[in-house]
Design a protein around this ligand. Structure first.
Ligand code: IVH
Length: 678
């Protein structure tokens, strides 16, 4: 029996409402109510009905977010209410001056209430809703005229196609910022590097590029979001009387607004808000470049009015810029512990992201080629958060005539051995192994480090000194250091020298996992070292294991198995281990338990957020010790998710799927319950 048209229409309408509801919960409330799979099922159902009855498709259907036929150009549209920009403040003094101007103009001597919002680093957008349905989306353009990018904005999940609830004006223009969250940006660029397609300089450029696609099907695949921050044109209805209330109204009609929004009772409160958000900045999921302060009372806003292109009632107090231009003075090639040769840019010092930067990584040969950078060039440096500074682009217009091409060395700059690049790998490596002084130094630093042999008093600088002064050549030599020779080192002295020798002596009694980690086998981190030790029990057993046997161990794949096997096959490594044992390094072997006998055997755990007592790796190692598998993402197969503060999407996913979630204390109790002393 075929459904009557009205029945179908009702069904469609119910599906659309339900999908809109889920969309709102997911994007605006950050609180999804159903698993992704359920959303997909409803979506497919609606799509199937619409495919059979194209006449029932309406532009506000949730299926209409996937992009449309490419355009040949964007049309120009006029903004009925101009889209203004903001004046900037760069210091506390600038902000106090702004407050004074506001008060002077209002002839007021009482404190002004300000709305405080992060200034998102994306693109301004105007969205016109007529009778609650999205009619047009446009860029800011020059403020008077922008481009019609309706097709593109429709693909963005946080842009309501239809307003929720009621009470909205007949015509409502919502303004806000479209931006790309940091993690989406990183993923997009990672993929672009693999595909050899365009790599974006920063999230803002990525958002701009994605929004200006003539083919909206591409925009649909980009992780863009909208945050509403004001209204423009309003006809046939009234809005609230303060800025913050207006934003609450928009939120109720389905728009995402910023979580950190607040009101301040005075300019001094604005200053502390700026300070506080400055501290949160690096940890936010999106880039912000300052704080916007707006007089909260809309009547006062009207009274204050505008000067040229900026309102008198608002100001953007900027944070230190995360990008700056400086000069690339030279490129040096550093050799790491595993021989990786990394080009490092030496820069004219520049203040960026709150610190002075004079070095930045250039990653590898491919990156130098991609950037097309030369010595002498003006380059854009980006330092966002505590990520190491990056060279993101070259200002070609400023290239001097004598700019010099960067030649990647064929031979190691330290030991002269050939530099090799394995096919399919971006990294070039010095083939000198431990004959290379750079690799030796790094190997010794690693051996002495806290998570390895934990030799107290032996820091990186001292290792450099000891190798440079030829007092040691390898880690074995540490055990025959001469007190006299050490105390003659610059900035040393009898007492510190004795402390160093004591530190070395005390570290001799170690544990098997520490010792394995200290050996510095490629890809064998702390957690893998621990699993190896627990699974095989002794160094002899690990050394004797072939790659097949190694791969049966939790977390050890073919690549790691190969590195481990190869390491123990080499005669010089076997001699090294023997020499260390002879020098007195010792540990106890571990009792090997079959994985199947372990209490958490067969269970998969996920650790997310920041734990206070352990690093993520430590937590992982404990779980593996109990036989659990530790995965990077949550699925139906996950037994339990261990969460700390800052847990995000993994926690949400676990809740969606009904997977057990425990906090740090419960995790500690769990470990103690199995006899692990933490
Ligand atoms: S209000 C008349 N609020 O900053 C005031 N702008 O230079 C108009 N922006 O083009 C803007 N976050 O793209 C406002 N919370 C926020 C903002 C914000 C980012 C951008 C916006 C605008 C530019 C002003």
């Amino acid at each position: 029996m075929s459904n009557s048209l009205t029945e179908l229409q009702q069904k469609i309408s119910a599906l659309r409402d339900e999908l809109d509801q889920h969309n709102y919960a997911y994007y605006v409330l950050d609180d999804p109510k159903v698993p992704d799979a359920e959303y997909d099922r409803l979506f497919q159902e609606l799509k199937a009905i619409e495919a059979d009855h194209p006449e029932l498709i309406t532009p506000d259907s949730p299926t209409q977010r996937v992009g449309a036929i490419p355009l040949s150009a964007f049309e120009t549209v006029q903004h009925q209410v101009p889209m203004l920009s903001l004046d900037n403040a760069f210091s506390d003094e600038d902000l106090r001056d702004f407050d004074k101007r506001v008060k002077d103009r209002l002839k007021s001597n009482v404190d002004i209430e300000y709305a405080c919002e992060p200034k998102l680093d994306g693109l301004a957008i105007s969205l016109i809703y007529r009778n609650g349905v999205l009619e047009r989306g446009a860029t800011r353009g020059d403020g008077q005229n922008g481009e019609d990018i309706t097709q593109n904005v429709r693909t963005i999940g946080t842009v309501p196609l239809k307003l929720r609830g009621n009470g909205y004006p007949e015509v409502l223009e919502v303004r806000g910022e479209i931006y790309m969250p940091k993690d989406g940006f990183e993923k997009l660029n990672q993929q672009a590097r693999l595909d050899g397609s365009k790599v974006f300089v920063n999230p803002r450029n990525a958002a701009a590029g994605s929004l200006r696609m003539l083919d909206s099907r591409i925009t649909a695949k980009r992780p863009l979001e909208l945050c509403a921050y004001s209204v423009g044109l309003v006809e046939g209805g009234d809005m609230a009387t303060t800025h913050t209330e207006v934003l609450q109204q928009l939120n109720g009609w389905g728009f995402k607004i910023n979580k950190h929004m607040a009101t301040a009772k005075s300019i001094e409160e604005c200053l502390s808000y700026h300070q506080k958000l400055g501290e949160l900045r690096d940890g936010l999921a999106y880039d912000i470049d300052g704080i916007v302060f707006k007089v909260n009372d809309l009547e006062l806003q009207r009274e204050l009015g505008f000067v040229s292109r900026a309102p008198r009632w608002a100001i953007a107090y900027k944070f230190p810029a995360q990008e700056q231009v400086t000069k690339l003075v030279d490129v040096e090639f550093q050799v790491g512990r595993t021989g990786a040769v990394t080009p490092v840019a030496r820069l004219e010092p520049v203040f960026v992201g709150g610190v002075t930067v004079s070095n930045a990584t250039l990653h590898n040969r491919d990156e130098i080629e991609r950037l097309g950078v030369r010595v002498g060039d003006s380059v854009v440096i980006r330092r966002a958060g505590d990520v190491i500074p990056q060279v993101v682009s070259v200002v070609l217009e400023r290239r001097p005539e004598d700019a010099r091409e960067i030649v990647f060395p064929d031979d190691c700059p330290v030991c002269g051995s050939p530099v090799e690049t394995v096919a399919g790998e971006a990294v070039a490596r010095c083939t000198g192994g431990l004959t290379c002084q750079a690799q030796r130094k790094e190997a010794i630093k690693h051996y002495a480090s806290r998570k390895a042999m934990d030799i107290e008093g032996l820091g990186d600088k001292l290792v450099e000194q000891l190798v440079d002064e030829q007092l040691i050549d390898s880690v074995v030599d540490l055990y025959s250091l001469d007190l006299e020779a050490v105390s003659n080192l610059e900035r040393m002295g009898q007492k510190s020298a004795q402390n160093l020798l004591d530190g070395i002596e005390n570290s001799k009694q170690t544990t098997l996992p520490r010792f394995i980690y200290a050996l510095g086998i490629r890809e064998v981190g702390e957690a893998t070292a621990r699993t190896l030790a627990q699974s095989l029990g002794s160094l002899e057993a690990i050394a004797a294991a072939d790659t097949e046997q190694l791969q049966t161990i939790n977390d050890v794949g073919p690549v790691v198995a190969h590195f481990i096997h190869e390491w123990f096959c080499r005669a010089e490594h076997q001699q090294l281990v023997e020499a260390l044992k002879e020098a007195g390094v010792s540990w106890e072997n571990l009792a090997v338990k079959e994985v199947a006998e372990l209490p958490l055997a067969g269970q998969t755990y996920v650790v997310t957020g920041t734990l206070e007592r352990f690093s993520r790796d430590e937590a992982k190692a404990f779980l593996q010790e109990l036989g659990a598998k530790v995965a990077g993402s949550v699925s139906k197969k996950t037994q339990c998710v261990v969460t700390g503060p800052g847990a995000g999407s993994k926690l949400t996913k676990a809740q969606e799927l009904g997977v057990e979630v425990i906090d740090e204390q419960a995790f500690v109790d769990l470990l103690r319950g199995f006899g692990i002393n933490v």
